[in-house]
Design a protein around this ligand. Structure first.
Ligand SMILES: Nc1ncnc2c1ncn2[C@@H]1O[C@H](COP(=O)(O)OP(=O)(O)OP(=O)(O)O)[C@@H](O)[C@H]1O
Ligand SMILES: [Mg+2]
Length: 155
């Protein structure tokens, strides 16, 4: 299961877009830009290996939503809530969570919320994600180069 399956499913959907960034700042700016297209109830599922740049992209999205005081989340906290911006932002990081610890019932509240829900390691809760989830996969291509594949933005 996991990423391969997720990717195969994703490739069947239209609106696939791939771009590359050459620095952390560029990825952050991309996140900022993407935030403009986010609306109430948007869900963004992020995948990509450790250090790929998922949190960097979320930091940009937070800025794009005019959220002040975004801090890189300590990895032991699963849900971070940021209010005060254009929309509330729920940043969920499932890296450390074991499948048997997953409380999907609790997570569904954020997924079906009035805010924007961005999930790192989202493949772990693929089965509870809405049909119109935006999928973003980041691949490490070089020291500062990242491939960013997106799907579900153009609708
Ligand atoms: N083009 C780039 N885009 C994003 N980050 C980059 C880029 N080039 C280099 N980096 C570096 O890669 C790292 C990305 O870290 P980040 O915490 O965003 O990754 P992550 O995918 O959230 O990792 P984790 O799975 O551990 O949460 C940072 O140290 C950043 O400086
Ligand atoms: Mg991260």
């Amino acid at each position: 299961m996991g990423y391969k399956l997720l990717r195969r499913e994703r490739l069947k959907r239209p609106g696939h877009k791939t771009l590359y960034t050459e620095s952390e700042q560029e990825t952050e700016r991309l996140g900022e830009r993407l935030a403009r297209g986010l609306k109430k109830g948007s869900v963004v599922a992020l995948s990509g290996e450790l250090g790929a740049g998922k949190t960097t992209l979320v930091r940009g999205m937070a800025r794009g939503l005019a959220i002040e005081g975004y801090v890189k989340s300590p990895s032991f906290t699963i849900v971070h809530i940021y209010s005060g911006g254009r929309l509330p932002l729920y940043h969920i990081d499932l890296y450390r969570i074991a499948p048997e610890e997953l409380n999907t019932f609790e997570l569904e509240e954020y997924v079906w919320s009035e805010g924007v829900c961005v999930i790192e390691w989202a493949e772990k809760i693929r089965h509870i994600l809405p049909e119109d989830t935006i999928y973003i996969n980041i691949t490490h291509e070089g020291e500062n180069r990242r491939k960013i594949e997106m799907e579900g933005f153009e609708r």
